[in-house]
Design a protein around this ligand. Structure first.
Ligand SMILES: Cc1cc2nc3c(=O)[nH]c(=O)nc-3n(C[C@H](O)[C@H](O)[C@H](O)COP(=O)(O)OP(=O)(O)OC[C@H]3O[C@@H](n4cnc5c(N)ncnc54)[C@H](O)[C@@H]3O)c2cc1C
Length: 366
């Protein structure tokens, strides 16, 4: 790896360029498309351990929606590029609130030659300027929710980057669509809401693992510093309160990771409880990562408050993950709703798409 993205390298063009270079380098050396999801999940954990900004330097990411639900032409067009290191973005959230995708207002009208023209505003979009393709969610002319693979160079796409507090490795902000042309072959197969639910059942465990990797690095930094201070004679003995914090946070992080592993396993098998597990373990895993790092950071003293301290950056990034890929109260609510579903209504609540083949048999290239 020739690029470094240390915590002291400010967010901006150079950091984004280096992250892309790392992604392209990894794409050349590692091919995980035939591996079980567990492998991807643990790789994400390691990426997060190095830096949470590496969250999308590996794998298809949101491009999985194209791999699973795109037609042959669309897959042929995008999957080889994504496997070679280009990036996919996802555009779901709108100004009225990302926790209510059923109320999507971005909509298509029929254009010439069977094409559609899509107009609307998407907010808080990651990889705003880096993505080669966006998986865009919008209303079809007949009012249904659909998703399409939209080339990021299409005329009619306008971007307004917004500087975030954390997760600043990739650009982030508003994506406006002004009569963006969509051909029928760009449209992914299936109902948009079901695609969204199925995708996030598998994607959220990866996000959770990335966050827990970041928290595990904080844990290691704190234990290394305490051990070094003790070895140097600065601390005569480690206080019980510090030891209790270490013992508790370690098991919290490990069990949260096991939860994400379970969620990933259920999603891979198309289990009816996959959505519930993906949502609840994402909310719980990221809450755990946030609370554990807040507690651990105190053990670093003021040195952990320096702007260039990795721990401080990790905590800012973990703050962003409370919202990105599903805001927490909504995720817990999704889980709660499924727990309280009566037998009669359970079919509606857990109606994630039917079990699918294992990824090894899904054509990742067209
Ligand atoms: C770093 C980052 C990266 C992101 N990347 C992307 C991306 O790439 N693509 C994308 O599409 N989105 C992205 N998002 C957006 C993210 O998915 C949304 O922030 C999330 O879905 C929540 O939506 P919202 O922020 O609009 O909040 P809202 O949906 O407005 O929710 C805010 C609060 O209002 C509450 N609320 C909602 N309805 C009610 C009600 N009826 N009564 C009372 N309270 C209510 C919610 O429960 C919540 O607590 C990103 C966000 C962040 C922070």
């Amino acid at each position: 790896m020739h690029c470094s993205v240390g915590a002291n390298l400010q967010a901006g063009v150079e950091r984004s360029r280096r992250l892309r270079a790392i992604r392209q380098d990894l794409a050349r050396h590692v091919d995980t498309t035939g591996d079980p999801d567990l492998f991807q999940l643990l790789t994400q954990f390691m990426c997060g351990y190095c830096d949470i900004d590496l969250r999308d330097t590996f794998g298809l990411g949101h491009g999985r929606l194209i791999a699973r639900h795109g037609g042959a032409q669309t897959r042929q067009r995008w999957i080889p590029r994504l496997l070679a290191g280009e990036l996919a973005g996802i555009a779901v959230t709108e100004p009225h609130g990302g926790s209510r995708p059923a109320e999507t207002q971005t909509c298509a009208v029929a254009g010439p030659d069977g094409t559609w023209k899509v107009t609307g505003r998407k907010s808080w979009i990651s990889r705003l300027t880096e993505a080669a393709v966006f998986v865009l969610f919008f209303r079809t002319p007949d009012g249904g929710l659909a998703a399409a693979a939209v080339d990021a160079t299409q005329p009619g796409l306008h971007r307004q980057p917004i500087p975030p507090t954390g997760l600043a490795g990739w650009t982030w902000g508003v994506l406006d669509l002004d009569e963006v042309k969509i051909r029928q072959e760009d449209v992914l197969h299936g109902d948009g809401m079901l695609l969204l639910r199925e995708h996030f059942a598998g994607y959220r465990p990866l996000v959770t693992a990335t966050a827990l990797g970041g928290a595990a690095a904080v844990f290691d930094a704190v234990t290394a510093r305490l051990s070094a201070r003790q070895a140097a004679g600065d601390l005569h003995r480690l206080r019980d309160s510090a030891l209790i914090t270490l013992g508790r946070t370690h098991v919290q992080l490990a069990t949260a990771l096991l939860g994400a592993v379970t969620a990933s396993y259920l999603a891979e098998g198309g289990h009816p409880a996959a959505e519930l597990w993906g949502a609840a373990t994402k909310a719980h895993g990221i809450d755990t990562a946030n609370s554990a790092t807040a507690e651990l950071a105190l053990l670093l003293g003021a040195s952990g408050f320096r702007a260039d301290c990795r721990t401080a950056k990790t905590r800012r990034d973990l703050g962003g993950l409370l919202y990105a890929d599903g805001i927490h109260d909504s995720l817990y609510r999704t889980a709660g709703k499924q727990h309280t579903a009566t037998k009669d209504s359970a079919g509606d609540v857990t109606a994630v798409p039917a079990p699918r083949d294992r990824p090894a048999s899904v054509a990742m290239t067209a």
